[in-house]
Design a protein around this ligand. Structure first.
Ligand code: FAD
Length: 413
């Protein structure tokens, strides 16, 4: 292994920082580039904070496809479109439809399960080096619903069972015992007792970033505009400067496509926009994250208060926050808890999503010294450490003992 190699990483979200730490473990010299201060506004800052190793059943499913029209028509539902973005997204939607067969869904579920199963142990390797007191809770994650006849629930539960995912079906009484402050509208739920959550994703990100710097990592706050090559070595280009590396990792989340397009790849990355608001001083209302599944949102008790998170909005990376989506979250939260104080902190974030709901992890099709690590959609927080471990293994030419083909960018060639 060539330990003295210089590696450049574009992106200081959870993917970029986890990649950096695992590469440092193997002795590489690492520099991270991000146009923002780490943890400022990215998806890795504003997410729901779930570590969800059970969540292998993807959204590309025949039943979800059938439910989309009803979801779009419901103002309390989980899905929305920025209609003037729809023409741009048609190729993505077509690929999503083609990936929503039962066979493709099972392929995604198995390939997600493979990495999700390793997600928590991979984090534990990183977390053993930082003080996380009071930031991680091991109280499980609870899903509830009020549509008892929904067929898709059965499908999800059965696939998880087939994959060996531990899950506990809970009755309304058991839900009440776990979370007595939720109004009793629910018909049933599932509890994943071994799942974790963080009370502040940003603080964890910053602690990991500090560890990276302490281990000799370098950081440059700058926007990477392009990638060029000096012989086979990649050069990261900003407006005014060029940085030569032995290898680079592109880990810009939903923004990665700009750079991969410049490398003549045809990776159909787009974004599922998601939102959060906080209800300050209300975190005592829950002991653990609760997801109201048929309305597509969740509530996590955090240091900032109750973080109400969710919705999927197709609308690209540049359009402004939709007030109607914020209202949707507030109304849903009030449905769940009754009266709540005025909300704070309206946030819009960008889930990086591929139409087959698998991430892209591995070398570029055209350039052997360029690696990709993005597209982790709803699960990028959970999958940070394991993705970093996998990419660092690839760069070090080690055998990971995993089937990595499902994550290759070659699947879009
Ligand atoms: C509402 C919502 C809730 C979520 N909840 C959960 C959850 O509970 N659990 C879970 O597992 N996942 C969750 N996710 C998903 C998860 O947050 C993301 O998948 C994950 O954070 C993506 O991490 P990333 O590092 O790939 O990207 P990001 O966090 O988006 O980081 C990318 C970084 O790249 C930088 N960048 C982009 N382009 C450039 C450039 N050209 N030059 C320099 N820097 C650049 C950006 O500034 C940014 O810092 C949620 C997402 C959303 C939106």
């Amino acid at each position: 292994m060539e330990q003295n190699l210089n590696i450049g990483i574009v992106g200081a979200g959870i993917q970029g920082i986890s990649n950096a730490l695992y590469l440092q473990k193997k002795g590489f010299k690492v520099t991270i580039f991000d146009r923002d201060v780490p943890g400022s506004t990215s998806a890795s800052y504003g997410n729901a904070g779930h570590f969800s190793p059970y969540a292998s059943v993807p959204l590309n499913r025949p039943d979800v496809l059938a439910d989309i029209p009803a979801m779009l028509l419901s103002s309390s539902g989980p899905l929305a479109l920025k209609w003037n973005y729809v023409p741009k997204m048609i190729p993505w939607f077509v690929k999503f439809i083609l990936n929503s067969t039962r066979k493709k869904m099972l392929h995604t579920a198995k390939s997600m399960h493979q990495i999700l199963d390793l997600a928590i142990p991979a984090y534990d390797e990183l977390f053993s080096e930082i003080d996380l007191s009071d930031l991680i809770e091991n109280k499980g994650i609870l899903y509830i619903w009020n549509d008892k006849d929904l067929k898709s629930r059965e499908l999800e539960i059965n696939i998880r069972k087939e994959l060996g995912v531990e899950q506990q079906i809970v009755t309304p009484k058991e839900i009440h015992d776990l979370e007595p402050n939720i109004k009793p509208f629910y018909h049933g739920g599932v509890f994943y007792s071994y799942a974790r959550h963080t009370k502040n994703p940003k603080k964890i990100l910053l602690k990991l970033f500090e560890l990276f710097l302490k281990k000799g990592g370098k950081f440059s706050k700058t926007n990477i505009k392009n990638i060029s090559f000096n012989e086979e070595k990649p050069v990261l280009q900003t407006e005014t400067q060029s940085f030569l590396f032995d290898k680079i990792v592109i880990a810009c989340g939903a923004f990665s496509k700009k750079l991969t397009d410049n490398l003549d790849e045809k990776i159909p990355l787009d974004t599922e926009r998601g939102y959060h608001v906080h209800f300050k001083g209300c975190d005592h209302l829950l002991s653990r994250p609760v997801i109201f599944s048929n309305r597509g949102f969740g509530v996590t008790p955090m240091e900032q208060g109750l973080r109400v998170v969710g919705t999927v909005e197709f609308g690209g990376l540049t359009k402004t926050l939709s007030k109607s989506r914020i209202k949707n979250l507030i109304n849903n939260a009030k449905y769940m808890f009754g009266d709540l104080p005025e909300h704070e902190d309206e946030w819009l974030g960008f889930r990086p999503s591929l139409p087959d709901f698998l991430p892209v992890m591995g070398p570029s099709k055209n350039y052997k010294n360029v690696f990709y690590c993005f597209g982790h959609h709803h699960l990028g927080w959970t999958l940070g450490a394991i993705s970093g471990k996998i990419i660092s293994g690839m760069i070090a030419n080690e055998n990971t003992n995993l089937d990595l083909e499902p994550y290759s960018s070659l699947r879009f060639s």
